[in-house]
Ligand binder design. Sequence first.
Ligand code: HPA
Ligand code: ZN
Length: 333
Amino acid sequence: MNQLELICALPKAELHVHIEGTFEPELMFAIAQRNQIDIPYQSVEEVKQAYNFHNLQSFLDIYYAGAQVLVHEQDFYDLAWAYFEKCVEDRVVHTEMFFDPQTHTERGVAFATVINGLQRACDDAQTKLGISSNLIMCFLRHLSEDAAFATLEQALPYKDQIIAVGLDSSEVGHPPSKFERVFAKAREAGFLVVAHAGEEGPAEYVWEALDLLKVNRIDHGVRSEEDPVLMQRLIAEKMPLTVCPLSNLKLCVVDDMAQHNIRRLLQQGVKVTVNSDDPSYFGGYMNDNFVAISQALDLSNAELKQLAVNSFEASFISAEEKQKWIEQIQALG
Ligand code: HPA
Ligand code: ZN
């Protein structure tokens, strides 16, 4: 099997995808129209031209603006369903997706509207497409600790539908320590925890996510390589990093895919996984990310398989489910 055939054939779990970041311009236009909301673009082409960001903040400004057209439960359903259809194409058989309730509740959309729409899509994905999924609720780190506590409170009635809490948005200047108490309360309530760290922020933020937030996974974490002691800790603890290659390229975390450190991290024994982050904005879904690194870094079939194995090992599914998928991967050529 050549690399492309293998990438297409591998079952994969996606562990780092923001559902609001899967919002394709065509669907954005359709939903804006039916909700009679003005967006500052005349055409799909104009939307795409606006995607010329080169750091996290310039991306986030456009990403939050796009999410403003989501109002009704059906909008959230349609958004998630469109993503599940991409999962089918890419043989993503399990996904743990982030949603940002504060982006919506801040403009008067009820928490229930957001989660009910997403949950209905997740249920349909299981029954109609055979794709399993979990929801991870992210706190926006540029907002206050109080706002995060209030969001956690709103999530408690939906505890059974939310597997974990996470931390996203503008990283630099908003270290994990800002949310230490919120995460302690979330863990007490029984949520698993993840956090974006070491994307634009320094390795120090990864230490904080581990020591203060007590995360089960690090999202991004690519800057951990700057700290050899941290690297040893990640390897020893088998701490997963959910790496997003096309995102890193688009937001200039790396200058060139050939310089991406995912292969070095893998070779050193870090449990790295491949993910799309915000695929509508960053130029591709799961398999596009696999193809980009495979070509730029000349990955072997064994390395591609290891990345797929890691995605299940790092996921929150049962040991039996993990074993089932890993056996399927190992049986491939
Ligand atoms: N980083 C931080 N916050 C985000 C991202 C990201 O890549 N995507 C959506 N919110
Ligand atoms: Zn992200």
